[in-house]
Design a protein around this ligand. Structure first.
Ligand code: GCU
Length: 417
């Protein structure tokens, strides 16, 4: 190892990682095996829960941002009502619509329009917060949900009807969620950043002077995760919501986002990265499905500039996705996967869960208890599962009601409901 790299690693271990001192990718050691959760970058072993919390967790938070997702700005959220609270579903629920702005940004900066639908029963309620590519009005038939004509919706979603009012009812199953006593909250990804290889739109141009090297700055998935954080800023203030029971969910590229959001934001109690694949729960090394090179080539805006240097070079990653999962510990994570959805690589995600599990154990929390994977939602019962599990159903790349049954069974089990 060169003296420069050694010096950088030593600085890293002493300071808790100043990003400007992290080694260039070419100087990272090659490791074919999965990096050990319990070995710091400089080789120091991690043996106690305190070591994890105070040293390894902060190191990994830095590494994932520096080499893959990018660093995002700190922000203070401000809330205004988008519309007065209204009833929905024959008075069995209430709809709240909140505009989230960022303190200090100009009037015309992007803002997030968060919809929160709460069961009309005594609360506070646990909540599932979902990111999506269509407007809030598309998630269910609640008439009160605003349809914002100025929202950016990708062409494909306009064509397939998904962006119509209630067009994604079968996907989000909002009435079912409410019937289980959960609130549902949601926001549109393009309120933060349109899903395009373009950093001149969305939130990015509003932060021209971030104190990070350009290739370490936030890309689109990091920006969406920052959007999750802003929504959580609101949810923890809402008396209808149980602030200790906030779950996050997204599908596919948004599953990658939900995982990252939960990894970084410890206020999130439950992560449901749905069919998240590469850049989500699936291990990047030796992928038989989507490789790092492929995802970077086809979706260059999802990850930062540094991550491109791992194309055909995954062995130099100082982490793999099991360690992003491990950042959720001791909280709960349900990895939902489709048996027919080969591209999302559920075997590689199952491997990641197994490799992350020791971190739950170190923290004294139930990780994988019993089988790591179940294929029947009825197997998800209190006492039968821990805080870490894969649910694989016989579906393609989609979200269906059966998944919601499993997700809420899991949430009930981990929340002790
Ligand atoms: C593509 C991409 C995946 C992604 C998926 C999606 O298939 O290769 O990584 O998860 O789109 O978001 O639907």
């Amino acid at each position: 190892m060169s003296p420069i790299v050694l010096a950088a690693l030593l600085t890293l271990s002493c300071t808790g990682a100043s990003v400007n001192e992290l080694p260039p990718v070419a100087d990272l050691p090659e490791q074919e095996a999965l990096p050990d959760p319990f070995t710091m970058m400089d080789g120091t072993p991690v043996t106690t829960a305190e070591d994890w919390r105070e040293k390894r967790r902060p190191e990994l938070v830095q590494l994932f941002q520096h080499y893959m997702y990018g660093f995002a700005p700190e922000a203070e959220s401000e809330f205004r009502e988008d519309a007065p609270e209204a009833e929905a579903f024959d008075g069995t629920a209430r709809v709240k619509q909140i505009e989230i702005r960022i303190k200090g940004l100009p009037e015309d900066a992007p803002r997030i329009h968060l919809a929160v639908i709460v069961p009309n029963t005594p609360g506070p309620h646990p909540v599932m917060l979902g990111i999506k590519r269509v407007g809030n009005h598309a998630t269910c038939g609640a008439e009160a949900l605003l349809q914002r004509e100025d929202a950016y919706i990708p062409e494909a979603s306009r064509k397939d009807g998904a962006s119509e009012r209630g067009g994604r009812s079968d996907f989000w199953c909002v009435e079912y969620i409410l019937s289980r006593g959960y609130a549902f909250a949601t926001f549109l990804e393009s309120d933060v950043d349109p899903d395009e290889n373009d950093f001149t739109n969305g939130i990015h141009p509003w932060y021209p002077d971030l104190p990070y090297p350009k290739d370490a700055q936030w890309a689109t998935i990091r920006a969406w995760a920052w959007g999750f954080r802003r929504c959580v800023d609101y949810l923890v203030t809402d008396p209808d919501i149980d602030a200790g029971k906030i779950g996050v969910i997204g599908h596919s590229r948004r599953g990658k986002t939900a995982l990252l959001a939960a990894a970084l934001d410890e206020r999130i109690a439950l992560a449901v990265p749905h069919q998240s694949g590469t850049g989500g729960c699936a291990i990047s090394r030796a992928s038989e499905q989507e490789t790092v090179e492929r995802i970077n080539r086809v979706f260059p805006h999802w990850f930062n500039g540094n991550f491109k240097q791992f194309n055909d070079n995954e062995a130099r990653l100082p982490f793999d996705q099991h360690l992003l999962i491990a950042l959720v510990a001791p909280r709960a994570l349900l990895d939902t996967e489709g048996k027919q959805d080969a591209w999302a690589n559920n075997p590689a995600s199952l491997r990641a869960l197994g490799a992350a599990d020791p971190v739950w154990k170190l923290l004294g929390a139930p990780g994988i208890e019993g089988p790591a994977r179940v294929e029947d939602v009825n197997d998800i019962q209190p006492g039968k599962v821990g805080n870490l599990l894969q649910l694989r159903l016989d579906t393609k790349h989609d979200l269906t009601r059966d998944y919601w049954v499993g997700i809420l069974n899991f949430a009930d089990a981990v929340y002790g409901r």
